[in-house]
Structures are given as C-alpha cells and as structure tokens.
Design a binder for this molecule. Structure first.
Ligand code: KDG
Length: 338
C-alpha cells in the first residue's frame, strides 16, 4: 500500500517505493463503482466528456475506480439526478446550472441573458473567484462541485416562423428550462414559455405541444431537433454552464487519494469537453443547414433591443440573487473583455 502526505500525491504516489506489493499507484484506493448520469446522449460533447472522465479515472486509479456512465436521462432528469446525489443514491451528475436555481438561487446569475460575448469571457468568470464562490455554496446542500463544463450559447428553434426581432417572439409557445429567470424573460418578450425537463423536449416538439425550444447548436444537432423544427434563429441569448457535481455523502467516504483522482479527472475531462463542444457547435451550424433547417441571423441591434425589454426582469432577479454578486460578474466580464 502507499500512504503519503497529500502534497506528494501531486508528484504521483509510490514513485520512490520499490518494495511495495501490488500497483503502487493504487494505494489508498478501493474498488468502487461510481454511477454518473447526464441528460444528453453519447454523441453530445457532454457525453464525450463523460466518457473521457471515466477513462481518466480508470487510468489514474489503476482500474480500481470504475465510472459507470448513464446517458440520455436514463437515471432521470437534471433535478431528479441532483436529488439522488443529495440522498447518496447516485454519485455524479453534470447538469446545467439553470434547473438548480430553485435550490441554489445564486446560480441564477448565469441565467441572465446577453452577459457573455464569447466563451473566453465565460471561462474567465467560471474558472475565476466568482465561479469558485458559487461552488462553495454546494456542500451545505450535500453536494460537491468539481468545476464547470460547457453547455454553451443557446439559440432558438421553432416550427412557426423565423425570429429576427423581439416582436417575432409574440405568442410562440417555447419550452424553457425549469428556471424562473428564463420563464420571466421569455414572458417579457411576449412568448408563451412552458418549463419542462430536457428529457421531454423532443416529444413535446414532435406532438406540437410547444412550437419551439432553445439550446446550443450541438444539442439541436445531436438531439435531432431538425426533424421536428424548421426554423433556427441565431439569438445567442444566453450562455449555460454545466456544473460537475458529486454526492457529498459519497465524497466524504473517499480517501484523499480517491478525491484527488476525481478532482483531477473532472478538470482534465472538462478541458477536453470544452474543446469538443466548441468544435461541434461550429460544425453543427453547417450540418443543420444541410439537414434542411432554415437559419437566420439576429442583428446586434435586435439583440440589444431584446436585452432592453428583458431589463426589468434582470433588475428584479439581481436584487433576489445579490446585487454584489451580479456586480462581481459584470466586473469580471469587463476585465476579461479588455
Ligand atoms: O445533461 C444536461 C441536460 O440534461 C440539460 O441540462 C440540457 O440545456 C439543457 C436543457 O435544455 O435542459
């Protein structure tokens, strides 16, 4: 076995010991099966990231820690899986921050539309002190946050007409995430939003229970929404992070070595996931056009107009989530933009 002070772990446990039996790298590591569930499918960059995470954990633990991935909401939707983590019934999930806002209201600042202009700005805020501060709110909810992955910039699809300006939202029945900011922002635009778990979206679009939905291009592509939606409007109205969650009940049972392995693997797989996500979001636009979707741009002027219409909603939620926190976010975006 291999017992070393935490600092030495960074350099690799067992580097100097020649006499130990078994794999030195497996010191302090037990055989464990770790259930990790997500809402998206295997083809989606989140699915690819989860697969990478499982490989890294296996490598780093000498095969002792086995991550068993469940895709496509097989274990339930984001909210249900997060609750299963809190109860110690599931070990890992990687939800959008948005459906967690009922539980951890401060995450709602990431639901404010038109905050980030590009992924670089989002990375700066999420990987910086503000992102960290929000992760530190998780333990009191029986969750551990190991960092942020990327869902990305969301765009609108619908079956009725192209959306080029704010008035085009009028009367559109749009599925939103289960999130109060999204709900009220779409109401302010005159749409008729219906909050719904992700796992129900395809059939709601197919049966025309709703006219449209909004998600990043890689999701629109991998979830085959092109089969049930004609118009794709490049609204880029909000950026959604994924947050990498571990059950605290499970985490507290792990040795420091095991915790370190999961921490490192979540960060390394996250770097990979963000790269794949950006690449696939870029490619998806051409692919969706080729699949027959009618794509329209939305001008900066129109996006600014939408932002102005939504402003009272944002001001209200800024008070609720903490004006200091919101200011900190805008300050960090400003810094990243320079
Ligand atoms: O695994 C994450 C998905 O379940 C979900 O969060 C995707 O952005 C999403 C949505 O629209 O619900």
């Amino acid at each position: 076995s291999c017992v070393v002070p935490a600092l030495l772990l960074l350099a690799g446990c067992g580097g100097g010991s020649t006499a130990s039996s078994g794999s030195p790298a497996a010191g302090g590591i037990q055989e464990r099966t770790i259930k990790a569930g997500i809402g998206l499918n295997q083809e989606h960059p989140e699915g690819k990231g989860l697969k990478k995470f499982a490989e890294l954990v296996s490598q780093k633990s000498g095969g002792k820690l086995k991550v068993q991935p469940f895709y496509d909401a097989q274990l339930g939707d984001d909210k249900k899986m997060t609750e299963a983590l809190q109860g110690g019934l599931q070990e890992i999930t990687i939800p959008s921050t948005s459906p967690l806002v009922g539980m951890i209201k401060e995450f709602g600042i990431f639901d404010f539309p038109f905050v980030f202009q590009d992924e670089k700005e989002a990375d700066a805020v999420l990987d910086g002190p503000l992102g960290q501060k929000l992760l530190e709110k998780l333990p009191e909810h029986n969750l551990i946050g190991l960092g942020y992955w990327e869902n990305g910039f969301r765009h609108l699809t619908n079956s009725k007409h192209p959306v080029r300006k704010a008035e085009d939202f009028k009367g559109l029945k749009i599925r939103t995430m289960q999130n109060q900011v999204h709900l009220e922002a779409f109401q302010a635009l005159g749409a008729n939003p219906t909050p719904m778990a992700f796992s129900e979206v395809f059939s709601a679009l197919e049966s025309k229970t709703v006219d449209g939905q909004e998600n990043p291009l890689a999701t629109i592509k991998t979830s085959k929404y092109d089969e049930v939606q004609r118009y794709l409007s490049l609204t880029k109205h909000v950026y959604t992070p994924f947050v990498f969650l571990v059950s605290k009940k499970f985490w507290d049972k792990l040795s420091p070595e095991e915790q370190q392995i999961l921490r490192e693997a979540a960060v390394e797989a996250g770097t990979y996931q963000r790269e794949v996500n950006r690449e696939e979001n870029r490619k998806a636009l051409e692919e969706l056009k080729n699949l027959g979707m009618e794509v329209n741009e939305v001008s900066d002027e129109e996006r600014a107009n939408m932002q102005a219409i939504i402003k009272p909603v944002i001001d209200k939620f800024a008070k609720e989530f903490g004006e200091d926190l919101v200011k900190e976010m805008y300050d960090q975006v400003e810094k990243a933009r320079q």
